[in-house]
Write a protein of this length. Structure first.
Lengths: 249, 309
């Protein structure tokens, strides 16, 4: 079966986001961008399923600016077979993303779509579930284990109280959580090889999807800052402070 | 505006995060609740007593027993014909269901709201809480998830909602529940605890976590937490994790022990009323948010604190 893996180009997770002084957003000029970490886990999981002989082809897809090609090349270097860039300079909301991925799923007929549970920039945590609704497929979100068994997949999910396992009929949607796997680094030969793997460029209009935003960002501001309190000298002083707060056994 | 709030429950009681969602919904208009599950009469009765609740829709059907979104989302979408906003707690269950509902309604969801600024305007965290966005929906209906620590909990008594059975929906047959490993504990739940004691990588092992962190939590009747580093190192299970990708908490007192204070951890606990940090590295970023910081070796300081408090 084919596996479709959407990937997003985001501000690198090691870079501290700076809110622009005019309150229009977070400054993304001249900062390091990389693949959303949860999407990287999705690419890795797809590659492992191919190594097990379950997947036959991995298609990476990204919706974003021309530079999102770099993110797709990273996926190709890790082990994806081909890539589709749906090029747009507009910010595309999860609902429109899900519509684009639905159109691609209709054309490619994958057995699984593996997405990150959320992108670390807008933290929406929606696209996978929305794609599941639009395709009418089952969803295994926040996955920490994925086991394909014939025409179904068992997905172990990280839920508030612990873990939960669901059995989904294929085709299905999986969204990744942190502990699903540890993504590999692309080797230099594979990075070179990735340059010649096929990468198609499309536009949202090619899929008949209107990406006009439904939600307007009125402003973006810094979170309220919490200032440091006092350093206590020793356990005695800490016990006194805690007792003053009413904290004791 | 008529709101429909998803009631998260354990089969007998309404979970706390729902009460915060009720408070958020009450800022928008009339509050209706949806209790879905198998054998949920007791929950429906409890839900009707929540202060400010108008109607409680009860969908009692085995297909809804494990909150499978494939079965639940069409039910919610059908009920939304007569409601203007769907409101769910931003728990793993709420986050699993709400976007599926939103897409069925062709609505862009607004995730993890922190405040209600207007009938269609909300604030929400982006970039792991490093920025706060004020956003306004232009959709005809709203689908929201609510961060539990950002709203007061509605009172669990004083309400007089009317209970109404819903017959809609059923099993789509594309998914089924296999099993769960839910940690059973006498301790308070992490997301609703008044005091949390969290340990980090500096502990070095699960044995040291047991030896140093657990006794202090026992003495204070506190919930146990951990940093992502401690979870990844295998000291404690994943459901202990506090942080942007784990649980978001805001207790009265949060003890960060041997936790350096990575951005992703701070995002999960910086709204705590009082933060106490114990760390031997005086430059650890955790001290920049701590109300009381103690620079000390945790292996001697924490047992001493436990014996003295």
């Amino acid at each position: 079966m084919k596996i479709l893996v959407p990937v997003k180009r985001v501000l690198d997770y090691n870079v501290k986001p700076r809110v622009k002084s005019d309150g229009t957003g977070v400054d993304l000029a001249n900062v390091k961008m990389s693949m959303n970490p949860f999407d990287e886990i999705g690419v890795e999981e797809a590659i492992r399923l191919k190594e097990k002989g379950i997947a036959t082809e991995i298609i990476a897809v990204s919706v974003g600016p021309a530079k999102a090609q770099e993110t797709l090349r990273t996926a190709l270097a890790m082990g994806a077979d081909r890539a589709i860039l749906v090029q747009t300079d507009d910010a595309v909301e999860p609902l429109a993303l899900a519509k684009i991925f639905k159109a691609i799923a209709d054309a490619e007929q994958p057995g699984l779509v593996i997405l990150g549970k959320q992108a670390i920039d807008d933290d929406n945590n929606q696209t996978g579930q929305m794609l599941a609704a639009l395709t009418g497929w089952a969803q295994g979100t926040f996955a920490s284990a994925v086991n394909v068994d014939g025409d179904s997949v068992n997905v172990t999910r990280e839920v508030d109280g612990g873990l939960e396992t669901v059995k989904l009929k294929l085709p299905a949607i999986v969204t990744t959580d942190l502990r699903l796997n540890e993504p590999r680094y692309a080797s230099l030969p594979n990075i070179m090889k990735a340059k010649s793997k096929p990468l198609d460029t499309k536009s949202p209009a090619d899929y008949g999807v209107d990406t006009a935003p439904r939600v307007k960002t009125v402003k973006v501001s810094e979170p309220p800052v919490r200032s440091a309190g006092v350093k206590v000298a020793d356990v005695d002083e800490l016990v006194a402070k805690l007792k003053a707060l009413g904290v004791h056994s | 505006m008529k709101t429909l709030v998803w009631v998260e429950h354990d089969g007998s009681a309404v979970k706390d995060a729902t009460l915060a969602a009720v408070t958020a919904a009450s800022k928008l208009g009339e509050v209706h609740l949806l209790v879905a599950g198998s054998g949920v009469d007791g929950v429906a009765k409890a839900a009707a007593e929540i202060a400010g609740v108008g109607k409680v829709h009860v969908a009692d059907n085995a297909a809804f027993g494990h909150n499978l979104p494939e079965n639940v989302a069409p039910l919610v979408a059908e009920l939304m014909a007569s409601h203007d906003a769907f409101v769910a707690p931003a728990t793993t269950t709420g986050k699993n269901i709400a976007p599926r509902v939103a897409a069925l309604l062709d609505v862009m969801q607004i995730s993890e709201i922190l405040s209600v600024e207007g009938p269609k305007t909300f604030t929400r965290p982006i970039y792991a809480g490093n920025a706060i966005a004020t956003v306004e929906s232009s959709d005809a209906k709203l689908v929201l998830t609510v961060r539990g620590t950002a709203f007061e909990k509605a009172a669990t008594s004083g309400g007089s909602g009317t209970v109404e059975a819903v017959s809609a929906g059923g099993d789509t047959g594309i998914s089924s529940f296999v099993g769960a490993e839910i940690a059973k504990s006498e301790r308070p739940e992490l997301t609703s605890a008044k005091i949390i004691v969290s340990g980090g990588r500096a502990l070095g092992s699960s044995e040291k976590y047991e030896e140093v962190i657990v006794p202090l939590a026992d003495k204070l009747g506190a919930a146990l937490g951990a940093s992502r580093a401690a979870v990844d190192a295998g000291y404690v299970p994943n459901d202990y994790q506090v942080g942007q990708t784990g649980k978001i908490v805001a207790p009265q007192v949060y003890f960060a022990i041997g936790i350096s204070g990575a951005i992703q951890h701070l995002a999960g606990m910086k709204d705590s009323k009082t933060i106490v940090a114990i760390n031997k590295d005086e430059d650890a970023p955790i001290f920049q948010v701590a109300d009381f910081g103690l620079v000390a070796d945790l292996f001697s300081a924490v047992p001493e604190l436990t014996s003295r408090i």
